[in-house]
Design a protein around this ligand. Structure first.
Ligand code: AMP
Length: 214
């Protein structure tokens, strides 16, 4: 199964992709995570992408094309993948098609997760992350047992640098301008599946599974 999960920042793409990964037994490929790792390690890709990622702007399509072509050609993605955060522009839709054509495969579903803006801002401002094992918490809806500390490994939780109100507004603006047309492109191709992501993670996951398998 080859799927892309789309939707505004904070709608729960990462959370749902993690669950789907266990269910479908294919890797979760998050372009945001790949870029943050590259920035942290100071690779050539990371050095070129850094300023865009930190300001909430999109990394140029050409760089994203290189990143995604390399990742999807790895052996663990041969039987399928869940893309999270790609494609985000209409040009990236074409890039993905070219990459998949070369690999001789097709995208099965483009899933659009939807929620209202107030809910998205609430989720993002309360989000806290374990820098060691990547566990995601929320101050209100999924707090750690001991404040500020990861339940799994005891590391001090951090906030993503771009999860502050100013950058969140920027990311939402970029999303409406550049990513909404991507959904339209998939609607026209007949591969779009829209799922209401405003409920609790378990509820959303049930709807997602039904939609994908239906
Ligand atoms: P995310 O974790 O998906 O919210 O992505 C974090 C940041 O990484 C975004 O605000 C962009 O700067 C960059 N990014 C992630 N995916 C893409 C993409 N497909 N195209 C361009 N930039 C991206």
């Amino acid at each position: 199964m080859r799927i892309t999960l789309m939707g505004p920042p904070g709608v729960g793409k990462g959370t749902q992709a993690d669950r789907l990964k266990g269910h479908l037994e294919v890797p979760h490929v998050s372009t945001g995570d790949l870029l943050r790792d590259a920035v942290k390690q100071g690779t050539p890709m990371g050095r070129k992408a850094r300023a865009f990622v930190e300001s909430g702007e999109l990394v140029p399509d050409e760089l994203m094309g290189e990143l995604i072509a390399e990742r999807l050609a790895r052996p663990d993605a041969a039987e399928g993948f869940i893309l999270d955060g790609f494609p985000r522009t209409v040009e990236q839709v074409a890039i993905l098609e070219r990459v998949l054509d070369r690999l001789g495969v097709k995208l099965d579903r483009a899933v659009a997760l939807t929620a209202i803006e107030a809910e998205i801002v609430r989720r993002l401002t309360g989000r806290r992350i374990c820098p060691t094992d990547g566990t995601v918490y929320h101050l209100e809806s999924h707090p750690p047992k001991s404040p500020g500390t990861c339940d799994q490994c005891g590391s001090a939780l951090v906030q993503r640098a771009d999860d502050n109100e100013e950058v969140i507004r920027k990311r939402l603006e970029v999303y409406s301008r550049q990513t909404l047309p991507v959904m339209e492109a998939y609607r026209q191709r007949g591969t779009l599946l829209e799922v209401d992501a405003s409920g609790a993670p378990d509820e959303v996951f049930e709807k997602l599974k039904t939609g994908i398998e239906g």
